[in-house]
Ligand binder design. Sequence first.
Ligand SMILES: Cc1ncc(COP(=O)(O)O)c(C=O)c1O
Length: 478
Amino acid sequence: MPDEKSFHMTPDEFRRHGHAVVDWIADYYARIESFPVLSRVEPGQIRASLPPAPPRQGENFNAILLDVENLILPGITHWQSPKFHGYFPANASGPAILGDLLSSGLGVQGMLWSTSPACTELETHVLDWLVPVLGLPSTFLSGAAGGGVIQDTASSSSLCALLAARERATNFRSNQSGCDGHLVAYTSSQAHSSIEKAIKIAGIGLGNLRLIPVDESFAMRPDALSQRIEDDKRAGLTPFFVCATIGTTSSNAIDPVTQIGRICRHHNLWLHVDAAMSGTAAICPEFRYIHDGVELADSYCFNPHKWMFTNFDCDCFWVADRKTLIDTLSILPEYLRNKATESGAVIDYRDWHVQLGRRFRSLKLWFVIRHYGIEGIQHHIRQHVALAQEFRRWVEGDARFEMAAPSPLNLVCFRHQGGEAASQTVMDRLNRSGDLFLTHTRLNDKFTLRFCVGQTHTQARHVAHAWQRIREESERLD
Ligand SMILES: Cc1ncc(COP(=O)(O)O)c(C=O)c1O
């Protein structure tokens, strides 16, 4: 047989180029503070710099890497910069990047246990590890009736929770004949927009989502929830689902999960808890109180891809009763049948989420947990919270600013006393300067600045510099 023509990268080429890519990433982190945090490109600028058609002949790898440097990097907003204080973090770390690389290298597709047993079993194991570490209820363990699965995002987890709740409430009739418009769901007015999206996707209808009012700390009011459920029942509707939030996106408010959970138990409603960013804090015993009441939840999720040093995407989702989730989502076409599935002795994660195929995401989470150890993660989470609390004290001590919400963990919400335009101008100037990046929200209908400390490498000097820059920009307004 003559040699077959091949365009593939040889193992030796892969090794050489792979080293170059790892070097590039290491150098990127070494110089990341020199970049303006927010990309400065204009809309369309990146596309205009790219050729209109793909190359007919393959190109030299070095040329491709050079284009990453010259064409792509200017269009990057540097989420991994320690000066990134916007939104909630989407942080990365060395062990997570390497775990992700290995996952790509292995290239397994773990839809069934049999398509790569390690992909399933490592995931189950790591999620079991996290249950006691985060103070979650033992019902979430795979050895009990529950279990955990890694989803792409909190949005997907909330959708799956909602679908399982819908089926439980209708005795699996909605899967057969659709919704009849009687199911009603509840969350607070501060809940993440993904809940609204899930309501739309699940066919519940936005008109059947009740946004429960919040108290002065922006946490859901259980009395208002209770009242609304009673009203809906009297109107002949079927309350079925409540989503409580631990760490709302706007202000990091923590809903009173215990009280909400009791109401859910009383009315037999599914309680889902969305702890997307703040759940990570529970790894520290002193912050574990945020999980009070989660033992009353039917499902719970948090994102290691936000604050637990694990590259996007990685959301951990647990249910107390896996059977309901699986019965909701399971479909077994002939081409997926196999002996292991039929034995009933294995988990097939394809039944635990929307998509069929799945990446080996637990590898990067496993790497993170093993590299840092629980103590290492605790150290950095504590550090972030301490830095945010110091920032809060600086804000409180400066008469030009006012606090806009309580600050239980690593997010500080504040305003310039000069009003909306002043806060907006300070934020815009800071973000344009590239020196740091922060974002805003509206609380009580007032423009509010949000300063989050959660990027993997943020240290005291970054927070001190940010505060100095905020003060400078405020002085320019005077
Ligand atoms: C409380 C909360 N829930 C859900 C989400 C959505 O996260 P994801 O991008 O993982 O869907 C966010 C994102 O910031 C969030 O803060």
